[in-house]
Design a binder for this molecule. Structure first.
Ligand code: SAM
Length: 209
């Protein structure tokens, strides 16, 4: 039997990235910014496509890798992407330019994710991707629920946090935060949810219509 690590790696390599993505990934590495993996990106792009997404929110722009994936899934989507670091935002804008994404398809917003999301409109978004700070993740999740239209999807990166979430012996704060995220969705009739093992884990939940 093929072991799961081999399958995980195969699925990661199955998703391919163009030079623009690889360049943005290289800049992230230089800055010490952790990007989503290609398999996570492919799942986000697929979701954007399946939802026919027109309006997407991203918390945690980084150098633009996840934004490139999100925008690649739906040619009609506008991405509102939030980051608290101006330098990362400048580099992400460069990646969007290099990918020849029209300027009117991105809104790169500076600020704390929770503050910016709190001022966004109810039920106006098809897809919300959370990959910024952990400290306010629970609040971001509540905001995301409010921002999503019925049938919209929230995706949360790092849901298996370094493979620690499944191990009950792991009791550090970060692991506990992601366990709380998973608990929020289990037995939650407001969402249809799925936990993906792509990357560092990706929690996906669709708001029931
Ligand atoms: C893991 S990186 C995002 C990577 C990006 N999603 C990708 O895959 O290409 C997290 C980003 O969140 C930003 N960040 C950290 N705390 C934040 C906060 N409170 N509000 C908004 N952005 C924050 C960091 O500056 C960093 O760029």
């Amino acid at each position: 039997m093929v072991d799961k690590i081999t399958s995980w790696k195969f699925a990661e390599d199955f998703a391919t990235e163009s030079e623009v993505f690889r360049d943005a990934r290289g800049r992230a590495e230089e800055l010490g910014v952790e990007c989503i993996t290609p398999a996570v990106g492919a799942q986000l792009a697929m979701l954007a496509s399946a939802l026919g997404a027109k309006a997407i929110v991203e918390a945690g722009t980084g150098t633009g890798v996840s934004g490139l994936w999100l925008l690649s899934g739906s040619s009609q989507a506008v991405l509102a992407t939030i980051d608290s670091e101006t330098e990362n935002q400048m580099i992400a804008k460069r990646a969007f330019n290099e990918a020849k994404i029209p300027a009117n398809r991105t809104r790169v917003i500076h600020g704390r994710a929770i503050d910016v999301m709190s001022n966004m409109a109810d039920a106006a978004y098809d897809l919300v991707f959370l990959d910024a700070d952990r400290e306010t993740l629970e609040e971001q999740l509540h905001e995301a629920s409010r921002l999503l239209r019925p049938g919209g999807v929230v995706a949360i990166a790092h849901a298996l946090w370094r493979d620690r979430v499944p191990d009950p012996a792991m009791r550090d704060d970060a692991t506990a935060i992601y366990r709380d995220v998973l608990r929020f969705f289990s037995n939650n009739d407001d969402f249809v949810s799925a936990l993906s093992t792509a990357g560092d884990g990706l929690m996906l939940a669709s708001k029931r219509a």
